[in-house]
Design a protein around this ligand. Structure first.
Ligand code: IMP
Ligand code: MG
Length: 179
C-alpha cells in the first residue's frame, strides 16, 4: 500500500492540528446550539470521527451516501442518493461534512437536497478542497486545506476502495490508476 504513494502531502500531525483548530472554530460559532453533522459516505468517516471529538457543543451524527466516482478518478456529474438520512433535519443546525471537494458536483446536489428539507441552518465543512477542479460554485464554510490537482488518498479517501486507512494524506502514483 505504501509503495503506491508518491509522497505525503499532509502528515497525521498536520491533520490532527488543523482538525483541532476547525473544531474550536465550529464550537465558537455554534455556542448554545446543537449540531446535526451529516457525513458523506464513505470518505468523510475518518475526518468526521476526529472532528466530532474536537467540537465541544452537542453533536448528533447521520450519514448520506451518494454516487460519485465508482472506480475511476473523475466525477460523472450524475449524482444519485444511495443511502438517505435516518434523521429528520427540519429545524436542525446541519453541518455537512465532506472529505474533499473536487468538481463540486456531488456537494452542489447534496446541499440543495438537504436545504429543501428546511433545516434551521446549513453549513459545509470539508477537510480538503481542490479549487482548480471546480465546475460549479460551492460555498465552503470550513475548509481544512487547499490541495493541488493530484489524486490523493488516505485518511478516508480511497482509490477503488483502497488506501482509506492510511493515517496521512498522500499523493497516489499516477501509474496506479492509469493502467
Ligand atoms: P466532486 O463531485 O467532483 O466534488 O467529487 C467529490 C468526491 O469525489 C469526494 O467526496 C471524493 O469521494 C471523490 N474525490 C475527489 N477527488 C478525490 C481525490 O483526489 N482522491 C480521492 N477521492 C476523490
Ligand atoms: Mg466523498
Amino acid at each position: 500500500m505504501l509503495n503506491d504513494v508518491e509522497s505525503v502531502l499532509l502528515s497525521s500531525d498536520e491533520l490532527a492540528k488543523r482538525i483541532e483548530e476547525m473544531g474550536a472554530e465550529i464550537t465558537a460559532d455554534y455556542a448554545g446550539k446543537e449540531i446535526l453533522m451529516i457525513g458523506v459516505l464513505r470518505g468523510a468517516v475518518l475526518f468526521m470521527a476526529d472532528l466530532a471529538r474536537a467540537i465541544k457543543v452537542p453533536v448528533a451524527i447521520d450519514f448520506m451516501a451518494v454516487s460519485s466516482y465508482g472506480a475511476g478518478t473523475n466525477s460523472s456529474g450524475v449524482v444519485r442518493i444511495l443511502k438517505d438520512l435516518d434523521e429528520d433535519v427540519e429545524g436542525k443546525h446541519v453541518l455537512v461534512v465532506e472529505d474533499i471537494i473536487d468538481s463540486g458536483l456531488t456537494l452542489n446536489y447534496l446541499l440543495d437536497n438537504v436545504k429543501s428539507r428546511k433545516p434551521a441552518s446549513i453549513k459545509l465543512c470539508t477537510l480538503l478542497n481542490k479549487p482548480e477542479r471546480r465546475k460549479v460554485n460551492v460555498n465552503i464554510d470550513y475548509n481544512g486545506f487547499n490541495v493541488p490537482d493530484y489524486f490523493v488518498v488516505g485518511y478516508g479517501l480511497d482509490y477503488a476502495e483502497k488506501y482509506r486507512n492510511l493515517p496521512f494524506i498522500g499523493i497516489l502514483k499516477p501509474e496506479v490508476y492509469s493502467n
